[in-house]
Write a protein that binds this ligand. Structure first.
Ligand SMILES: Nc1nc2c(ncn2[C@@H]2O[C@H](COP(=O)(O)OP(=O)(O)OP(=O)(O)O)[C@@H](O)[C@H]2O)c(=O)[nH]1
Ligand SMILES: [Mg+2]
Length: 459
């Protein structure tokens, strides 16, 4: 039956989470939504009611009352899907919900597939594809920053920018196609200079969007923050203090942590993924060596490295070598002198003159760890984000932007090499295609199926 599922069907699903709750909301959308519910509802004739009204009554399976419910009516096109939508608020018991949905299915509704309500809203022009995807991100957002990014996108900031650029390019494309129609005659409707200027402008915006993905990605998935240093520096102690939980084993035996240990923590509305690692040293122990290799791999992928030095066991020459190596990785890092409780003030003063940006702390001291959290937040530059600039968070959009950039470069190269109009037109069409993929002006069934299958049922 699923194979024949059509966009014309009236669909039904539970829209609130599975499980017991005070109420559960069952949603239907489609031409028959009101008439199907009307068949099993006793209270009023729902087909005669106005849009945006709520009605009290009972849902009955023949003579058996299943539940007392409230029915909300949304008549097309004034609904989320732009179809007739009925929401049944019933008591949130799994049994009642199952019984009601089965009854509605027996009366002609079809169980909705994942994301099908949102897909219909998209197909009826409620919003574009990038905005539909933001709905999924919004539901999944677990920090203030990722929530804000999804909200910005859902409200269309990003889409507007893409659409504006695309419209300008369409104008040029049509001019050049017109020239093609004139064939042999040497006419030029679209100035090549203006076209180049437009593409340069497009590239500036697109490059900025591409660059924003680094930030967008960490906002959405958490900032990968690696805690590294030599064995016994206090890395696991610091992880535990940050999380306020005995997550990692701490001991005075060097080489305690052998694999990496990871957990998420939200600081100032931003999700951070802290990764405690095996201490860095030369070792003949095979397992520990594998751990060290993993540490190095994690450091390369990190957005931020918190590098710990054990002040109670410090070789300054070696420390400076380590700092040099860190600088060469290109990954932002913080230098931490740990175990301040074990050393003289004079050592700290000496180090402070050499490295003014070094933070001295005891990983065992919660007040110190709070200061560290503030410093971490400062280091991850979220200013751009706070200003409400458009930030790309979706890898699909990122990919389309890269493709757009390539196609635009082809246009520029073509213009520089004075290729014929049909090639220029083709490259412009290519860029329009990739830009259109982002907002869904250009879609394929596969693309849509792929995007909406990631939604949950009922959304
Ligand atoms: N006095 C003092 N001891 C600390 C401090 N931080 C950590 N330690 C101790 O240092 C030892 C090593 O701590 P760990 O957190 O296991 O060190 P690590 O860096 O994870 O070590 P490996 O997993 O072996 O690489 C433990 O005995 C801790 O209690 C500190 O700020 N002050
Ligand atoms: Mg450890």
């Amino acid at each position: 039956m699923q194979a024949f599922a059509s966009n014309e069907d009236t669909i039904v699903a539970l829209s609130t989470p599975q499980g017991i709750g005070a109420i559960g909301v069952i949603r239907l959308s489609g031409k028959e939504a009101i008439s199907i519910v009307n068949k099993v509802f006793k209270g009023k004739d729902l087909t005669q009611q106005a849009s945006h009204t709520i009605h009290f009554g009972t849902i009955r399976d023949k003579d058996k009352i299943l539940d007392e419910v409230l029915i909300s009516l949304f008549i097309a096109p004034k609904s989320f899907t732009k179809e007739d939508v009925v929401e049944i608020s019933c008591h949130g018991s799994n049994y009642i919900i199952r019984q009601i949905i089965q009854l509605l299915v027996r009366n002609g509704a079809r169980p909705a597939r994942p994301g099908e309500f949102t897909k219909r809203a998209f197909m009826h022009g409620q919003f574009d594809l990038a905005q539909a995807e933001a709905v999924a991100d919004l539901i999944n957002a677990d920090s203030e920053a990722s929530h804000q990014a999804a909200l910005n996108q859902m409200r269309g900031g990003f889409s507007d920018e893409i659409k504006r650029l695309r419209d300008e390019l369409i104008h040029f494309a049509s001019m050049i196609e017109l020239e093609l129609d004139f064939g042999e005659e040497d006419v030029e409707f679209a100035s090549r200079e203006d076209l180049k200027k437009l593409i340069d402008r497009l590239l500036v915006v697109i490059n900025a969007l591409i660059k924003s993905f680094d930030l967008g990605n960490v906002i959405k998935n958490g900032v990968p923050t690696v805690i590294a240093g030599k064995p016994n520096a206090g890395k696991s102690t610091l992880l535990n203090a940050l999380l306020n939980e005995e997550k990692a084993i701490v001991s005075d035996i060097a080489g305690t942590t052998r694999d990496f240990i990871e957990d998420e923590l939200i600081i100032g509305g931003v999700a951070f993924r802290f990764i405690d690692t095996a201490g860095l040293r030369e070792t003949t122990d095979t397992i520990e060596a594998m751990g060290v290799e993993r540490t190095q791999a994690k450091m390369k992928e990190a957005s931020l490295i918190i590098y710990l030095f054990d002040l109670s066991d410090l070789d300054i020459v070696e420390m400076n070598q380590e700092i040099n190596r860190l600088e060469n990785t290109g990954v932002p890092f913080m230098k931490l002198g740990n175990k301040v409780d074990q050393v003289d003030e004079s050592l700290i003063e000496q180090l402070q003159t050499q490295h003014p940006d070094m933070l001295f702390l005891s990983a065992k001291d919660t007040a110190h760890v709070d200061t560290l959290k503030e410093r971490i937040l400062e280091l991850v530059n979220l200013d751009k984000f706070k200003r409400g600039d458009t930030v790309v968070t979706n890898i699909r959009h990122y990919d389309s932007l890269l493709q757009t950039r390539n196609a635009l470069m082809d246009v520029i190269n073509g213009l520089d090499n004075q290729v014929t109009n049909d090639f220029v037109a083709m490259d412009i069409r290519q860029s329009l295609h990739y830009l259109g993929e982002i907002t869904g002006e250009i879609t394929t069934d596969d693309l849509l199926a792929n995007i909406f299958s990631k939604f949950c049922i009922g959304k």
